[in-house]
Ligand binder design. Sequence first.
Ligand SMILES: [Zn+2]
Length: 177
Amino acid sequence: MLIQDLRRAARPARYRRQPILPYVNCDLRALLAEVHEQRTPEVCRRPGIFFVEQGWLACIVESQETNPAIYLHGILDNLEVPQAVFRFILTHELIHLLVPSAEVNGKMTSHPPRFREREQRLCPELPTVWEWIWQHLWRTLVIDRKAEGLRVRRDWARVLGRPRTVRVEFPPPVDFF
Ligand SMILES: [Zn+2]
């Protein structure tokens, strides 16, 4: 899911101020570095990566002013999510920085055939990852065809019978001077 519109980008950025403690079975920053170097070395600015509670399963926000940022939904912040799922999602989001949106049959799409070809080529894990996502998360996901993204239902934690993810509480800033 690619977000370039500044107004829409503000939402995940706002949630970023309430970060979620990562609780996954791998080092996501190391995995992002690996995926970047091995699969999409042409990407010049490596994005930041954040777990947030917002609508999309995953998205990348691209803007001229700042580094791109990948936002993963808190539903993925779980020990049971296989590393292959993260590897695939990170690759997918990085490809957005390489393959621009294009018009197909008179309609703009952020996943044109060139995007899908590259995704197929770079992600041998693709079929098994989708199988895992549908098998484990289908009750919480809504396909938004217009926005070309997967939304996570607000009541996902209840549906999965999971406690809501713990948010990091920062103490107020201290003024020493
Ligand atoms: Zn996408």
